[in-house]
Ligand binder design. Structure first.
Ligand SMILES: [Zn+2]
Length: 361
């Protein structure tokens, strides 16, 4: 008898935990994927101000960042390179896109012919001034080392400002998030490490253009400025800078996670009493900070998919009909396919409205 009760209890626990583990917020993959990109490598040393070597410093810092992030069970780290090899710029973006990364972080060191110094973090965009353009041109010019760059980058000329400006469209969607992370990174450098911050900036970096996720490019500092170059080349400097970047990435992740929950609560509390004939019902199957392609294989085989972006959150739906009975049937299907917590939502003229109000009419 005792044994039987124990078995029953076990079955009940397994039964319920299988439901709660399928949270609607994390529909596809449960880990936050971060791609770390050490600039340059192999026959491309980057800049060599004061004989410090950019490709080595970038790699050291990336490996240190990765080592710390890998300790977090909710994070998966992907590297564009872990050794001293040359990776083409478009390949770096490809690695990130294939990994369906949530974040792309590229690490570089700056150089200039003056005594310029300080850290800066770039997001993709129009260069608002000539200095930003110069930084982008230097980092982009690496494609000249690639034999077939004319075909690959569609005739892109790193020395032409217009050519770079033409490259800004893809990242637009992720700009807010990229700026948010860049802001955390610069604030941490400035406040925690007392480094000189040159701020968050925008410029046309090819490597950022190639990615379809929030992406930043960090210039750790100027190797051409003796004191800064020595710091960045030292173990102490690399330890401190990597730790600071890790802290900023985790802060960013936390804000995304919290934003996700807040948005759901806000939405559930929104009551819109406007009703009419043009109501569309959908089954909400998932909500995520990730922008997923509307492919059946991403949603356990469900069809008729749609999504809306609300704040930092994407909401995913299956079905779209003005027939309530039909949507209830589709909800049943979604439940059976692995979305036990899915629910019916109503939209009027593209605006979410309260389901109970709609049904009363
Ligand atoms: Zn560089």
């Amino acid at each position: 008898m005792y044994k039987f009760n124990y078995l029953l209890l076990l079955i009940v626990i397994v039964f319920f935990s299988s439901f709660s583990s399928n949270e609607e917020k994390t529909p596809i993959k449960d880990k936050f994927v971060i791609v770390l990109d050490a600039g340059h490598g192999g026959h491309d040393p980057g800049n060599m101000g004061n004989k410090y070597i950019e490709k080595d410093i970038a790699l050291n810092v990336v490996l240190k960042i990765g080592k710390q992030l890998e300790k977090n069970p909710n994070i998966r780290v992907v590297y564009t390179r872990k050794t001293d090899v040359f990776i083409e710029l478009d390949k770096r973006g490809e690695i990130a896109n294939k990994a369906k990364a949530d974040l792309f972080v590229s690490i570089h060191c700056n150089s200039f012919h003056t005594q310029a110094n300080g850290t800066e973090t770039f997001v993709l965009g129009l260069h608002r001034n000539k200095t930003n353009l110069e930084v982008a041109k230097k980092e982009n010019s690496v494609i000249l080392l690639e034999e077939d760059y004319h075909e690959k980058y569609a005739g892109y000329d790193p020395n032409s400002p217009e050519s770079i400006i033409g490259l800004t469209l893809m990242q637009e969607e992720y700009l807010d998030q990229s700026i948010q992370l860049a802001d955390y990174i610069q604030k941490s450098f400035k406040n925690k490490l007392k480094r000189k911050s040159r701020g968050v900036k925008q410029a046309g970096f090819i490597v950022l253009h190639q990615t379809v996720m929030p992406s930043v490019l960090i210039e750790l500092g100027f190797l051409t400025y003796k004191k800064e170059g020595a710091y960045l080349n030292s173990k102490k400097g690399q330890d401190e800078m990597s730790k600071s970047i890790v802290g900023s990435i985790l802060e960013y992740k936390k804000s995304i996670d919290q934003g996700t929950e807040q948005n759901i609560i806000t939405q559930e509390n929104t009551i819109n009493s406007n009703t009419g004939d043009d109501i569309i019902f959908k089954v909400q199957i998932a909500a995520s900070s990730r922008n997923l392609a509307l492919k059946s294989y991403n949603f356990k085989g469900l069809k008729d998919l749609s999504k809306v972006k609300q704040g930092k959150l994407y909401k995913y739906f299956s079905g779209s009909t003005n027939d309530y009975e039909e949507i209830k049937a589709l909800q049943k299907i979604a439940k059976s396919k692995g979305y036990p917590k899915c629910y019916v939502v109503a939209y009027k003229n593209g605006t979410r409205v309260s389901l109970s109000t709609v049904l009363k009419k």
